[in-house]
Design a protein around this ligand. Structure first.
Ligand SMILES: NC(=O)c1ccc[n+]([C@@H]2O[C@H](COP(=O)([O-])OP(=O)(O)OC[C@H]3O[C@@H](n4cnc5c(N)ncnc54)[C@H](OP(=O)(O)O)[C@@H]3O)[C@@H](O)[C@H]2O)c1
Ligand SMILES: [Zn+2]
Length: 419
């Protein structure tokens, strides 16, 4: 194996390790690290939980004295500031590491190149950019939160083969099988929030909790312009145990807001009169709370609004081999939709999996650009060229899927500083 292949191998391993922190480390980035002496890995580590040691510290501890003179591969620039833990840059210098290979520079303002500069000043050889696209894909939710101030949106739905979310009467339980539903619970257990439309909350009366619990407890959010969610709904009834946030409009009555707040729900009022604008305000608010991943579980109207606004980042579709028919039955993604099939939004590197009788399709949407004044936003960014190709490494590292080895931790306060 050539030196270049060996380096790629080590960085691929570091990326794989980083993914183990998914659901436990956010709003921090997922980071993995491998330390090599010649053609031997002498230490590995990853960031396992928010507030816990960083990947580099874990790997240095595993390597012990073997870290001296070694090459350290890390998926994100080492930090150089005091967050919840001391700076990794100093630990690397102290350990006597000779060379550091970084996949991606950290855009976090307190790091942003300073970590790399510090290492170089100490005489360490630093190379940046190995498997950078894969590292970007790995941390796409973190990067979006920093760049756009909004969470990464995962759209999930279960549908019949003819694209229905429910029958014409609103009956939807159950479309998919047990294996698919178990997968949804895994997703719920790693996100910061689960968002549904008011009609879904009313018709399905869902609990929206992860069963069994995952590494994180999601806030359950309903977009409910007039604060009409019933007091006897399962969401309201359990609001004191698992957070519920009602996103209401200025038209909601003070009495209903009080009723829901008294029952333990948080009532957040969006200032915009228009529900679509308010939805974007809500995403900004969730970003301010440093929520990194938000799972949207329907229904079709809400998913349609998000699609039209170009806000869906990732899709998890469970397709059951049955037909429901019905012109009036809800389809997976409503809204206005695109005009031309050529404008349809593609998933990049989708994975397709059979779950008992269902087919599970999961992938990320190519980014779209927002056109002011037009209802639809379908132009693909030049940035699209950044998305990885089918045969690249990221196709093998399945970023969408929860890692069963992820450790269980309590959800950090969203306002906490980067750890
Ligand atoms: N198979 C599945 O995976 C799945 C998942 C979820 C739901 N469902 C089914 O889908 C059906 C409900 O879906 P739906 O499409 O009728 O309704 P929905 O998307 O669940 O809820 C739509 C409602 O949410 C409120 N809302 C507030 N802001 C909004 C915005 N910006 N965009 C869209 N809605 C906004 C509006 O009510 P207000 O004006 O009162 O605010 C709107 O009527 C049910 O039959 C349910 O069983 C199936
Ligand atoms: Zn660090």
């Amino acid at each position: 194996m050539s030196v270049i292949d060996w380096d790629r191998c080590c960085m691929a391993r570091a990326l794989e390790l980083a993914l183990r922190g998914q659901g436990a480390v956010e709003p921090n980035p997922l980071v993995g690290c491998a330390i090599a002496q010649g053609k031997q890995i002498v230490g590995e580590g990853w960031h396992t939980r928010f507030g816990g040691p960083h990947a580099e510290i874990e790997a240095l501890a595993a390597a012990g004295s073997a870290a001296t003179g070694a090459t350290l591969f890390v998926t994100l620039e080492p930090c150089c500031h005091h967050g919840k833990t001391p700076p990794c840059s100093q630990a690397l210098i102290r350990a006597g590491v000779r060379r550091v290979v970084v996949a991606l520079q950290d855009p976090f303002p307190q790091v942003a190149g300073h970590g790399i500069a510090e290492l170089r000043q100490a005489g360490i050889r630093v190379e940046v950019g190995l498997l950078e696209q894969e590292a970007r894909q790995l941390n796409a939710p973190y990067l979006k939160l920093i760049r756009r101030g909004r969470p990464w949106i995962l759209a999930k739905w279960a549908m019949t083969l003819d694209g229905k979310l429910a029958t014409r009467t609103g009956s939807s339980q159950w479309i998919s099988g047990e294996a698919s539903r178990a997968r949804v619970h895994q997703l719920r257990g790693r996100v910061d929030a689960i968002l549904v439309g008011r009609r879904t909350a009313e018709l399905d009366d869902p609990l929206l909790t992860a069963r069994p619990p995952g590494p994180r407890v999601a806030t359950r959010i309903v977009v409910d312009s007039q604060a009409r969610l019933a007091s006897h709904s399962r969401l309201v009834q359990t609001a004191r145990d698992v957070p519920v946030l009602l996103a209401v409009g200025p038209e909601a009555s003070a009495a209903d807001c009080r009723r829901l707040a008294d029952a333990g729900c948080e009532v957040w009022t969006g200032a915009a009169r228009d529900a679509h604008e308010r939805l974007l305000q809500l995403l900004d608010e969730l970003g301010r709370r440093r929520m990194t991943n938000v799972l949207v579980e329907g229904g079709g109207r809400l998913l349609g609004s998000l699609f039209d606004a170009g806000q869906i980042d990732e899709v998890h579709a469970f397709i059951a081999p049955k037909l429901a028919g019905g012109q009036a039955a809800a389809t997976a993604v409503g809204g206005q939709g695109v005009e031309q099939m050529s404008q349809a939004r593609w998933l990049t590197t989708p994975t397709v999996e059979r779950l008992d009788d269902d087919v599970y399709v999961c992938g990320r949407l190519r980014p779209a650009v927002q056109h002011e004044g037009s209802g639809l936003q379908n132009s693909i960014l030049a940035e699209q060229g950044r998305s990885t190709s089918r045969d690249s490494l990221s196709a093998k590292i399945e970023f969408c899927k929860p890692d069963p080895r992820a450790q269980t931790v309590t959800s950090p306060t969203k306002q906490e500083e980067e750890g």
